[in-house]
Design a protein around this ligand. Sequence first.
Ligand SMILES: NC(=O)c1ccc[n+]([C@@H]2O[C@H](COP(=O)([O-])OP(=O)(O)OC[C@H]3O[C@@H](n4cnc5c(N)ncnc54)[C@H](O)[C@@H]3O)[C@@H](O)[C@H]2O)c1
Length: 340
Amino acid sequence: MTHKERIFVTGAAGFIGAALCQRLLADGHTVLGIDSLNDYYDPNLKAARLVNLSEHSEQQNFTFAKIDLTDAVALNTTVRDFAPTIMVHLAAQAGVRYSLQNPHSYVQSNLVGHFNILELCRSIQSDSPDQLKHLLYASSSSVYGGNTKVPFSEADKVDNAYSLYAATKASNELMTNSYSHLFGIPASGLRFFTVYGPWGRPDMSPMLFAERILKGEPVRLFNKGDLWRDFTYVADIVEAIVRLMPAVPSREQEKPAHDVYNLGNQNPVQLFEYVDLLGEALGKEPVLDLAEWPPTEVYKTYADTSKLQAKVGWAPETSLKDGLSQFAAWYVPWYESQHG
Ligand SMILES: NC(=O)c1ccc[n+]([C@@H]2O[C@H](COP(=O)([O-])OP(=O)(O)OC[C@H]3O[C@@H](n4cnc5c(N)ncnc54)[C@H](O)[C@@H]3O)[C@@H](O)[C@H]2O)c1
């Protein structure tokens, strides 16, 4: 994208949000990032991601504001002042398992928060109809819920959510579709499939497993490691988002200007191989705890990415081996700095 945009990013201190901001700033765009900096996981990690972005604050093309999505007044004032041409809404209460412990935070951040973003788009659209070109927002592969047909395709039904997290993400897609239809907001939903890489999330398997491997503790693999998952490297995800920004969906007769895309790898890996590669990248042999297959785990999940490929010519480029070595190169010093 050669045109310089004013881009509003929510969840800017998060894993994908911070990586996206780095790329957008390097590409010369002007970025406003917001985040509540909540303590769902180590806030030091979020603060450290923001430090990485701070050199751009000095060059004045990055501004950060600590705002919670549920604070519609602060959100409106700050974002309307910034006058974004593109929005990338990534802030959310993430994590499938945590939605059993703290369902309220999913309703607040993912439903009320998403609604506030849509209302913000509506008010910008109504006052300055040509300003906001595209809203891109995070959905999740978890919307496929209990579907068993693989690869998961955007044409599949997504009415079988298995967690409140998945239900909020599927709701976000429906809410956005209605706003796109009613108020002409061009929007694209991004169904991410397990994203990994440097500066990742401590509640996800690369960091959880890496910590256990470094401590010499056993890594539990369900179905004795014979489960298949789709891992996507964070820089590939960022590339897909950047390519989608100018690919604004158009309104066609009955269809609102709203599309959803799988952002995955289309190349499932057996968990056994994944942990083996992770151990290799960390330079330490993993100790395995080969467990039975619990009913919560699906045997094989992966993305059909042909829709995104056809739209913007994107295919992930990073092999799991290369991606895990990039992850380990960041994780080992980070782990040592945290554990003395
Ligand atoms: N990482 C993945 O593999 C993955 C997979 C599927 C979907 N997603 C979705 O992608 C998006 C980004 O995920 P991530 O991995 O970067 O997660 P993350 O938790 O690292 O980032 C989300 C950020 O949003 C912020 N946030 C949460 N609630 C907020 C609120 N109410 N107001 C303002 N900020 C708030 C958090 O502080 C966090 O920094 C999320 O919507 C997530 O659900 C991620």
